[in-house]
Write a new protein. Structure first.
Length: 256
């Protein structure tokens, strides 16, 4: 059947659509949102292993053309991670925005923003803990996303193989998702695809997604060393994951 606009319809739709205008009013709500408008996502990308794995996950879930990344220059000792983020996003042709904020150095001292020894006490948080860092970053990311019509935020926080940071836990993320949504009167969804994965499972995930090679461009070392120091908490966790996954770390042998 042809309507006056030339559109063709299968038998059985004639009574529901007598012209183009009424047909589309009837049909559009029935067509999957994913076909018409794919949701866009903003990935918090440090340039490290976890956030790069989340980037690979987001490409699969949302489509490369529907994602962009945001990174933070917060006075970290390992600022070289920002160069890694740029390289990875350039390789993938994905937008990367860097926000500069140095507030943490004015709030207190920690081993990520000050020249302090990296320690991991048995009954206290590591000296690398930056109070409120993930909460602050997600708040900035949400404000950035709000102005661009983005509802989905992706972050690489995890409470399985981690250093015990309270702002990496699921209860923090769920609470923050509600707070940001209420506080901006705008619905946010915080995706945490690594929340309950060990480092080994994280390695397996990015391999399954077909992007293990991207880890050759990442930076993990808290001391900003390249090659990595292999002694800081972050290097130790990364090495443990690759060992348990029985995989060679592309960062240590980028030509393999």
């Amino acid at each position: 059947m042809k309507l006056d606009c030339g559109a063709e319809f299968r038998p059985g739709t004639e009574n529901k659509a007598k012209n183009c205008s009424t047909y589309w009013n009837w049909a559009l709500p029935k067509i999957s949102r994913t076909i018409l408008i794919m949701p866009k996502a903003l990935i918090l990308h440090s340039g490290g292993q976890d956030s790069t794995t989340c980037l690979a996950w987001a490409m699969k879930k949302f489509g490369r053309e529907n994602i962009e990344t945001i990174s933070f220059d917060y006075g970290q000792r390992h600022k070289t991670e920002l160069a890694s983020a740029r390289k990875i996003c350039k390789k993938l042709d994905i937008k990367n925005t860097v926000l500069k904020t140095d507030v943490f150095k004015h709030l207190g001292k920690n081993a990520l923003t000050h020249d302090l020894k990296m320690t991991t006490p048995k009954k206290a948080l590591p000296s690398t803990f930056v109070p409120g860092r993930n909460i602050f970053f997600l708040t900035l990311a949400a404000a950035y996303a709000y102005d661009r019509g983005i509802h989905d935020l992706v972050t690489g926080v995890c409470e399985t193989d981690y250093s015990g940071y309270p702002d990496c836990r699921e209860n923090t993320m769920k609470s923050l998702e509600k707070t940001l949504s209420y506080g901006m009167d705008y619905q946010f969804k915080i995706h945490t695809p690594l929340m309950f994965l060990t480092k080994a499972k994280t390695v397996e995930l990015i391999k399954k997604l077909g992007h293990l090679d991207l880890l050759a461009l990442t930076h993990t070392c808290y001391k900003g060393k390249n090659p990595p120091c292999k002694k800081c908490p972050s290097c130790i966790l990364r090495a443990k994951g690759f060992q348990q996954a029985n995989e060679e770390d592309p960062l240590l042998n980028p030509t393999s």
